[in-house]
Every structure is written in C-alpha cells, then in structure tokens.
Design a protein around this ligand. Structure first.
Ligand SMILES: *[C@@H]1O[C@H](CO)[C@@H](O)[C@H](O)[C@H]1NC(C)=O
Ligand SMILES: *[C@@H]1O[C@H](CO)[C@@H](O)[C@H](O)[C@H]1NC(C)=O
Ligand SMILES: *[C@@H]1O[C@H](CO)[C@@H](O)[C@H](O)[C@H]1NC(C)=O
Length: 297
C-alpha cells in the first residue's frame, strides 16, 4: 500500500514536471464587440484540449469554469475553443487552467491568468488556412475573413501553381449550364479519359472538344439523341440531362470548368496568370462566385 502511494506521488510529480515543458503556450484573444478564443498549436499527438476559466475570480483545478470547453479535433493546425458570444472588457482577468491529452496521457497546467489588455478585430488570426502552412510569427490583424480559418495581413491564403490538378481542392464540373447565356452551346464534362481539364508543366489547360467526337455520339445523334450527364453530375438534375427537342439540339461543344471546393474568403486581392484564347464562340471565364448562392450574398 505504501509503495503504491509512493508510486502515485512520483507519477504526479512527473506529470507536474512534464506539464511545464510539454503543454504548448496558450494563446487567448478577446474580440470586439464580443467573442473569445483560446488556442494551442497542434503537435505531440494531442487528442484533447480542455479549457476552464472564471472571469475576475479564482478557479480551482477541479472547478468547471464559467467559460468551459473541450476540443476534440485540431483545425488548421490549432486546437481552438471559441465562445463568440462572450463579452469581455479591457481589465477583465480570466483565471484558468487547461488540460491537454498527449500520447494518451493527461497533462494539466493550472493557476494561469490572462488580463484583457485590448479587444481585437474579429478576423485576427490565430491559425493558418491550410494544414502545413506556417503561421507568420508577426501576425497582423486584417479585415480579411477566410472560411474555416483565419488570416494574417499580407498572408497568402490560397495558392495553386497547377503542378497537378488536386481534386480535393478543385471540383471538375459536369453539367449543362442551362441558366447561363452560354446555353445551349456547351456542356461541361468530367470525362473518364482525355479530360477537358488537365495540367502539364505547371499549367492548367482547358481543352474543348466536339460532342460528336465522343464515344456513343455522331454528327447525327447531336440532332436526335440525348445527353445524360447524371453519373458525376455536379449540379441539379435538370442541368444534367438534355434531349433534342425540335430546334434545340444537344450542346455541340464539350468544355471544362473547375471551381474551388471549399476555399472562400471576404476581402483580399486575387492574382491570376492566364492566357485566354481568341476566336468565335469562345468565352473564357474566370469568376469569383458567392460561396452560397443566396440572393444578396
Ligand atoms: C512560451 O512562453 C514563454 C514565456 O512567454 C516563452 O519563454 C517561450 O519561449 C514560449 N514557448 C513557445 C514554444 O512559444
Ligand atoms: C498561483 O500563482 C500565484 C502567482 O503566480 C502564486 O502566488 C501562487 O502561489 C500560485 N498558487 C498555486 C496553488 O500554485
Ligand atoms: C454526318 O457525317 C457524314 C459523313 O461525313 C455525312 O455524310 C452526313 O451528311 C453528316 N450529317 C450531318 C447531319 O451533318
């Protein structure tokens, strides 16, 4: 029994000792007009990050704080707990402790406090946008907002040099743009082989083809057949099927179109280096579209 307690004491001592070196530094932000975030950088097989804090009064390491949260997953290289509704004012003192599980062991860092010295703009960055991006040491506030992440002033948020076509980043579209002016001349298709969209030597190429040259089609079926793009359709069902009807023939041209899947931002500069073709019936497009196609967004 005595030996067991001794073991416990030693373990506790080791834990306390390890906490100091191992729990990454906690970073806390108070926002205007309201909002609070606390974060630690990812690393060392972290499996959980918990925060408990009281405002302007002490907290014991077993208390549930008035600000309390548990995070089970890192986001963009950060473990972030946020309370967007919490209103803090300059001078408030948050007494807190954090608990982190690393390599399946728990570590506590307690008796910590943070004094609110300023309220920051909401878009201040606590984490980079893509995993693996290094957060600049000197992160300046910016009005830029990034979906699912944060931004530092002057930071590149998204870049693609098209050394390959990363389909986790870009969606290759497949539909007939029947609500656009280009209808009824074109369909966008994600072909199984000999794609309309491809990359070579760090260049993205969009290569149109004629529908009548694709397997299953002839110059006659363009005037009498059906184009069914349901398999792999990236739009609504009525945009993926068309049947010849009187003067309405099948779209004779098959082209390519890609859209960023998840990246979205508000405010910022966009640089695109592109070579556009010239010719009748060609309408190259590079557009910023609303992430959600809600009217007025
Ligand atoms: C954590 O903060 C302490 C005290 O401000 C500092 O000395 C240390 O370098 C920081 N550690 C990291 C990893 O940033
Ligand atoms: C908590 O920190 C304060 C100031 O840093 C110190 O005076 C106090 O002894 C600490 N308490 C515990 C329980 O570690
Ligand atoms: C289709 O191509 C064939 C062979 O070139 C030609 O004889 C025929 O007139 C074409 N039909 C149409 C509708 O253009």
């Amino acid at each position: 029994m005595a030996a067991w307690w001794c073991g416990r004491v030693i373990t506790l001592f080791l834990c306390v000792h390890l906490t100091v070196g191992q729990i990454p530094n906690v970073s806390i932000h108070a926002y205007k007009p309201k909002g609070f975030s606390v974060s630690i950088p990812d690393g060392q097989n972290i499996g959980l990050f918990a925060f408990h804090g009281n405002i302007n009064r002490g907290i014991n390491k077993n208390d549930v704080g008035t600000i309390a949260g548990e995070v089970l997953k890192a986001k963009n290289g950060m473990w972030i707990y946020e309370d967007p509704e919490l209103e803090l004012k300059v001078g408030d003192v948050i007494n807190y402790y954090v608990f982190v599980s690393m390599n399946s062991k728990g570590y506590l860092k307690d008796n910590l406090s943070f004094t609110v010295t300023k309220l920051e703009d909401r878009s201040i960055v606590t984490g980079p946008i893509r995993p693996g991006t290094v957060l600049p040491e000197d992160c300046k506030p910016t009005r830029t907002k990034v979906r699912g992440g944060f931004a530092c002033a002057g930071q590149t948020l998204f870049e693609d040099n098209f050394d390959m076509l990363d389909e986790s980043v870009w969606q290759i579209e497949q539909y007939i743009p029947n609500t656009h002016p280009e209808y009824p001349f074109v369909s966008y298709q994600h072909l199984a082989t000999d794609q309309t969209v491809s990359t070579a030597g760090g260049t993205l190429r969009i290569t149109p083809k004629l529908q009548q040259d694709l397997p299953g089609f002839t110059n006659e079926t363009i005037l009498s057949g059906t184009l069914n793009l349901f398999s792999g359709c990236t739009s609504s069902a009525d945009s993926c099927l068309i049947q010849v009807d009187g003067a309405d023939i099948l779209p004779p041209v098959v082209s390519g179109r890609i859209t960023s899947k998840t990246f979205a931002f508000t405010y910022g500069k966009v640089y695109v280096r592109a070579k556009l073709p010239q010719g009748d019936w060609l309408y190259p497009e590079i557009l910023l579209e609303p992430f959600l196609h809600k009217y007025g967004s």
